[in-house]
Design a protein around this ligand. Structure first.
Ligand code: MLT
Length: 330
């Protein structure tokens, strides 16, 4: 199923003039369902691209990994087989090492700080992702902290985590973080997670509150812990090959639409998070808040930063990125 932005914009009456024949089509893939803030970001992008391009660029949205897993699609975007995508950052890192800086555990302490840092780093990260992977970030979506759900017991301390089979994205940095907490996590593609939880192949997973609600994890999971180790970030990215094929005015239209879409997606997520927490609690989940020994979690995970510099584009880039994030806070 897909949504054609040109048609949608006409239905909404958001185009002042009639739509001209479309010159370009962007096929946009993402891995969440249609109630998730990622989809709101995609829809906003489609509407604004139609508006700012005067109907010359159309966006077709393919939710729920219909075009392939996030890891497969990011490779297809490089080749311009698919033009755009909104994946989780962990699933971009295998093709573009420099984005690993967004995955350093305990990097941001709240969403506002993350927004400032994510916006400030855009020009610098694009110099690297275009080179490393042929992809350009139009903006970076943020969906709050990844929280851990499980079906076995409330996790209130690091000790409670021991022995649980927690699924993580197939990403080196995330895997090493969980290993620093003394467990061997289970790397698995996002599309397989619901069934694996249902069949008890794994005990838990970690994603934002809004995803726990929209992916219906409350039907098969009982406990949530705010492990606060990583804010969910995911770029609205476009094929550099495709972007360079656009005339300058359409590049501007697409860039502006992308920046505004991530702002709308961040706001939608913030608005939905409180409601998601209430909903999850009303639907049988126990929300434990942060671990009682949170300092132990953060000390262990922050302790591995130096060992990660080699997989995030090198120490020099890591220091440059961290300096950009620090400066943006002030
Ligand atoms: C993942 O856990 O692989 C991602 O966070 C899923 C997503 O894209 O929302």
């Amino acid at each position: 199923m897909f949504i054609k932005a040109g048609a949608l914009a006409l239905t909404l009456g958001s185009l002042a003039t009639s739509v001209l024949a479309q010159d370009f089509t962007i096929r946009l893939s993402h891995g969440d369902n249609e109630s998730n803030p990622t989809h709101i970001t995609a829809m906003t992008f489609a509407e604004k691209v139609a508006e700012y391009s005067g109907g010359r660029v159309a966006v077709q949205i393919f939710p729920s990994n219909q075009l392939g897993s996030e890891e497969e699609v990011v490779r297809a975007v490089r080749n311009n087989t698919i033009q755009a995508q909104i994946p989780a950052m962990a699933n971009v890192h295998p093709v573009s090492p420099s984005v690993g800086v967004f995955l350093l555990p305990y990097l941001f302490t709240n969403s506002e700080e993350a927004h400032a840092g994510l916006d400030a780093i855009l020009p610098a990260i694009n110099e690297r992702t275009t080179e490393e992977a042929g992809i350009r970030f139009l903006g970076i979506l943020e969906k709050g902290f990844r929280v851990m759900t499980n079906s076995v017991r409330p996790v209130e301390t690091l000790e409670d985590l021991k022995g649980l089979k927690i699924r993580v994205s197939p990403n080196e940095i995330v895997i090493k973080t969980f290993q620093a907490w003394g467990i061997e996590p289970v790397p698995m593609g996002w599309g397989e997670v619901f069934t694996a939880l249902q069949q008890r192949v794994i005990d838990g997973q970690e994603n934002p509150y809004t995803t726990a609600q929209t992916s219906k994890f409350y039907e098969i999971q009982s406990y949530i812990t705010e492990i606060h180790y990583m804010i969910w970030t995911g770029p609205l990215l476009i094929s550099e090959q495709f972007y360079q094929s656009l005339p300058a005015d359409l590049q501007d239209a697409v860039s502006r639409a992308g920046q505004e879409a991530v702002v709308a997606g961040r706001a939608a997520n913030a608005a939905q998070t409180e409601e998601a927490m209430k909903f999850l609690s009303e639907n049988g989940m126990t929300l434990s808040g942060a671990p009682k020994d949170e300092e132990k979690w953060s000390d262990a995970a922050r302790g591995i930063w130096p060992s990660l510099y080699g997989v995030v584009g090198g120490e020099e880039w890591a220091n440059e990125a961290i300096a950009i994030f620090e400066e943006a806070k002030t």
